[in-house]
Design a protein around this ligand. Structure first.
Ligand code: CA
Length: 174
């Protein structure tokens, strides 16, 4: 039993010592969201300064982040220790990475050969772009019976894309 305890203690000490972090010497950005979706809150991970012995959270001296607008922003941190000021910078990008929403408007999508198909279109919206572009590709041919597609490709200003498809059936008359 005594032998086992004597064996466990060094193992425990080894495990504990490997968990102790090296004291921070210099500045280190904390983990945070440096890429933020426009319109959502930004979480600032802060910045730490260590003098090799102690670690201190740095003060935010300037924060230009505006999550309502796309762009690149910066946060400046500083701390003065023993008369020396240390600084740290974080760059934050606000992006639109959310694709537009698109849904088919209800319409009459079954027609008789020789009839007219009227595309009811789609409804679109986006988290940031008020007017996403809509590219419509249609192979509908009402002169021939068959199943056709109208493909709507909706793209916002940041290039996020959503595709919806309408199926149109052209029937032979009975
Ligand atoms: Ca978007």
């Amino acid at each position: 039993m005594k032998t086992r305890i004597l064996f466990i203690i060094p193992v425990l000490l080894f495990v504990l010592s490997s968990c102790v972090m090296t004291p921070l010497d210099g500045t280190q950005l904390g983990e945070g969201d440096d890429i933020v979706t426009v319109g959502t809150p930004h979480i600032d991970g802060g910045c730490l300064f260590g003098d090799g012995t102690d670690t201190y959270p740095m003060d935010v001296v300037s924060n230009t982040v505006d999550t309502s607008e796309l762009g690149e922003y910066r946060i400046d941190y500083a701390i003065t220790i023993a008369g020396v000021t240390h600084t740290c910078v974080r760059i934050v990008k606000v992006v639109d990475d959310v694709p537009p929403s698109a849904s088919l408007k209800p319409g009459v999508d079954t027609v008789i050969v020789g009839g007219t198909h009227t595309d009811a279109g789609i409804t679109v919206s986006d988290n940031h772009d008020d007017n996403p572009s809509v590219d419509i590709r249609s192979d509908v041919d009402t002169s021939k019976a068959g199943t056709y597609e109208i493909v709507y490709v909706v793209t916002d200003l940041s290039g996020n894309r959503t595709v919806v498809t309408r199926t149109v059936t052209v029937l032979d008359p009975l």
